[in-house]
Design a binder for this molecule. Structure first.
Ligand code: ADP
Ligand code: GLC
Length: 488
């Protein structure tokens, strides 16, 4: 099949979270030789793009009249590393040449509306006839509507069908309806949800949910959760209406990048059969974090965007209590909302031998924390899929998680009597829940030596032996593609 994959972030070029990982790994898996799909990716050329030095100019100048706005862009292309999949970068310095990937600037709607317009214009210029246009999150959710309205005249797209993947329903791209004239859709106003229009709003994600031929999200549990008011963030009713074409497909992880046996970013490689390298990574991690190393003291790792979604509100009360009572260490990597940054810097000041906080975005440090910690904490309020818990499982670093979304689908509570399970799970999102799971983890860790260590290694092995590769997942996406584009 010909697949046009459009996303606002694609690793390694630009990444703020898991979307960047998935938008690289899924196209890579789809394009694998044995599957033989022709996959092309479109993303913005942000001011800071990593590793695209070799990008070549492929389309010199495209000028689009988006109603009252005239936008000119060019297109550069570079292969997705390790593949021949072309990544087309939409170069429009006026809109994308800014510090961050996402902004709160007045023209955010235009930045991402352009991405969808540009993706289809690129197909026209190159004569690429997509069977499937695969959009991701609100930033690209206008694609299904554009194909049914402004681009509908073009025979090139006569057979094109659309799939929209929801990575996070918490972000919807809701704007004042007056922006319709800036994004070239004033004539298409009748396609937007009429109740919303009457209230003077448009919602990019909702528009995508109404017009995509199929909708997917990134875990089976999240697919059920977003159809209920508690997690649907106002869109649950629309999703229930479309439930016959809504599928939950668990994300995979890129095992080329995230395997302790081969990881080049960690100082010592190791495997389930020989964990000695993991202990050396623990020493290296603590040295890098400026904390003392004691074999028996468990290290809890955190690597996260510090956002409301991630549930750190529970930590304000629980972590200081735990750190004061138990000899435990905590290494945190992440940036985000000031109250959480402050929480971790305060903990680091108050418990200087136990807590280290690194306020940064650092891939090598993320790998070292996965490899060098003994346990990994993800108390997310909601988690569409989550990748870090799967990295943790592969690295023998049992995750402690709230039972929600993809966390519920990948982490099962460890039961000492049967030696089944791969982590620690709490049911109710409150302080008692988190304390319960942390206590379970520390109890299982016990003395950290002898028989306790043997039990712990069983727990580690349960996670390390699971497979989270993209191979099986990709077959599920192919099924969805075949369902919507039956011509193939
Ligand atoms: P989300 O996409 O909601 O942030 P995921 O668990 O799906 O959550 O993916 C997060 C990804 O971002 C992981 O690859 C993780 O390692 C990475 N990440 C998050 N924060 C940082 C950071 N401060 N430094 C390096 N990598 C980070
Ligand atoms: C979003 C979600 C995360 C998911 C990622 C990739 O950022 O928050 O749970 O793993 O997208 O699909």
């Amino acid at each position: 099949m010909n697949v046009l994959f459009v996303a606002s972030e694609v690793a390694p070029f630009a990444k703020t979270g898991g979307l960047g990982d998935v938008a690289a790994a899924l196209p890579r898996a789809l394009a694998a030789q044995k599957r033989g799909h022709d996959v092309r990716i479109v993303m913005p050329m942000y001011g800071r793009i990593k590793g695209a030095e070799a990008a070549e100019l492929v389309i010199r100048e495209v000028s689009l009249e988006l109603g009252s706005t005239r936008v000119v862009f060019s297109v550069h292309a570079a292969p997705l590393p390790g593949t021949t999949v072309p990544v087309y970068f939409v170069h429009c310095a006026g809109l994308y040449g800014r510090q961050g990937i996402y902004t709160t600037d007045h023209d955010e709607h235009l930045r991402f509306a352009l991405l969808s317009w540009a993706a289809l214009s690129i197909c026209q210029r190159l004569g690429f006839r997509p069977d499937v246009v695969h959009a991701n999150d609100w930033q690209t959710a206008l694609l299904p509507l554009l194909l049914r309205s402004v681009f509908a005249w073009d025979r090139l797209f006569a057979q094109t069908r659309t799939v929209l993947t929801i990575h996070n329903i918490g972000h919807q791209g809701s704007f004042d309806a007056r922006v319709l004239s800036d994004i070239g859709l004033a004539q298409s106003a009748h396609h937007f949800h009429q109740d919303q229009l009457r209230e003077g709003r448009i919602n990019f994600l909702l528009t995508g949910l109404l017009y995509a031929n199929a909708i997917t999200t990134v875990s089976p549990t999240y697919a059920r959760e977003i159809q209920r008011p508690e997690h649907g963030v106002g869109l649950d009713a629309y999703l229930r209406e479309r439930s016959s074409v809504l599928f939950g497909i668990l994300n995979g992880i890129d095992e080329g990048e995230w395997s302790p046996e081969t990881d080049e970013k960690i100082p010592h490689r190791y495997s389930v059969d020989d964990l000695s390298g993991k202990e050396l990574n623990k020493q290296a991690l603590l040295a890098a974090a400026g904390l003392p190393y004691v074999h028996e003291v468990p290290v809890i790792g955190i690597v996260s965007r510090l956002a409301w979604q991630k549930g750190f509100d529970l930590c304000f009360e629980v972590l200081p209590r735990l750190l004061a009572r138990r000899s435990t260490q905590l290494v945190v990597l992440g940036t985000g909302e000031p109250q959480y940054e402050q929480l971790f810097s305060t903990l680091a000041r108050r418990f200087p031998k136990q807590v280290a906080y690194l306020s940064a975005f650092s891939e090598p440090m993320a790998h070292l924390i996965e490899a060098g910690s003994d346990m990994f904490l993800m108390p997310s309020r909601y988690e569409p899929c989550g990748l870090n818990q799967m990295y943790s499982l592969r690295y023998g670093t049992p995750p402690i998680v709230h039972r929600t979304g993809g966390l519920a689908d990948t982490v099962a509570p460890f039961d000492r009597s049967t030696a089944r399970g791969n982590g620690f799970v709490f049911e109710h999102f409150d302080e008692t829940g988190l304390t319960f799971a942390l206590t379970q983890a520390l109890k299982t860790w016990g003395s950290g030596t002898g028989a306790d260590r043997a039990t712990w290694q069983k727990l580690q092995a349960n996670g390390m032996r699971s497979s989270f590769g993209w191979d099986e997942r990709v077959a599920a996406y192919e099924m969805v593609y075949r369902m919507v584009a039956p011509g193939r």
